[in-house]
Unconditional design. Structure first.
Length: 119
């Protein structure tokens, strides 16, 4: 079966031109998943199954999604798949999540979020 990455992705917010993003981080998470797929770290079928599982788990928890939470599920699925594939260690992933959180909270609204370079 031929994979069609964007067409085979469940629930993706889109318009006539393709995916739609509300925030820059959504586009970045999208790009990371596509890049990791293109580099052969997982098939698109693996990705869509993981994303569908994450969406189903959210529904089972009673979360209602009007489309604004889609990329939260996308990011959660990406984090789990990256961990399962051992592409990034759990400690490293936790550290980077914390660094992003700190950077996001300290960045004025409307400004790009920048991580400090590691030594």
């Amino acid at each position: 079966m031929t994979e069609r990455p964007l067409r085979d992705t469940p629930g993706m917010p889109r318009d006539q031109e393709g995916p739609v993003f509300r925030e820059p981080w959504e586009a970045q998470a999208f790009g990371m998943a596509v890049m990791l797929h293109e580099r052969g770290h997982f098939t698109w079928m693996e990705w869509t199954k993981r994303l569908a599982t994450e969406i189903a788990a959210a529904r089972a928890r009673g979360e209602h999604d009007d489309g604004t939470r889609y990329y939260h599920y996308w990011l959660a699925a990406l984090e789990k798949l990256v961990a399962e594939k051992n592409l990034v260690g759990k400690e490293e992933l936790s550290t980077r999540k914390h660094e992003w959180d700190v950077a996001a909270r300290s960045t004025p609204h409307g400004q790009p979020i920048e991580l400090k370079r590691r030594a």
